[in-house]
Design a protein around this ligand. Sequence first.
Ligand code: PLP
Length: 229
Amino acid sequence: MNTPSPEFFAWRQELLESGIGTFAYNNVGNPFKDSPIPFNTHDFERELILNFGKLFAFPSNNTWGFLSNSGTDSNMHGMYMGRTLLKGRTGVIPKVYFTQEAHYSIQILRDLLGLETVFVQTLADGGMDANDLQHKLADNRDYPALVVATIGTTFKGAVDQIDRIQHVLKGHSSYLHLDAALFGGYLPHTAHASEVLYQSKSNPTAIRYDSIAVSCHKFSGFHRLPVYL
Ligand SMILES: *Cc1c(COP(=O)(O)O)cnc(C)c1O
């Protein structure tokens, strides 16, 4: 919550002076495909996604994403993809699993996507209790599971243990979305980076999650600054 450094403001000034804000850039469509509209954001989006992909140890030849309007919007797309893929694979609309510590937007998105919730208990630190998840999965074995784990819960800063969650998901049709809106921007730069890496260093073939949402206004202070762009 400190005031951003002078370098940050200098960078914003440089962007302003470069004339980057002179055009209305169009952001429609898949940034990894050509846009029919000359002034578009696709180059910026690809660079951003590939840089973040590297940070999260995504395979360099298999990284995809896009810039959205917010953490909420990114969680919506992650949950929407999970719902679509699971329904396509199994013919059954999944139930969505999350904890009471998940961000309130998850409950709104659950309603918008027409999903039934299975609440999972939390541990003392506010993280998802994987043992309880295992019991709840067993109670709902006829439904695929769309699990939303949080990397940095909004009030307690809990980091859900994704390896434990993946372990109990084995054998169940599932999709794991990470809401890393709060910590995703800086956790990869700390000694705790392994908590969010897509591939673990010790077992690079094991995929640890299906999608991740990262918010920039939570770690840059953008939300308190005038918008120049
Ligand atoms: C803030 C927050 C969101 C929502 O992000 P917005 O960019 O405000 O829509 C989602 N999840 C977590 C954990 C958050 O802290």
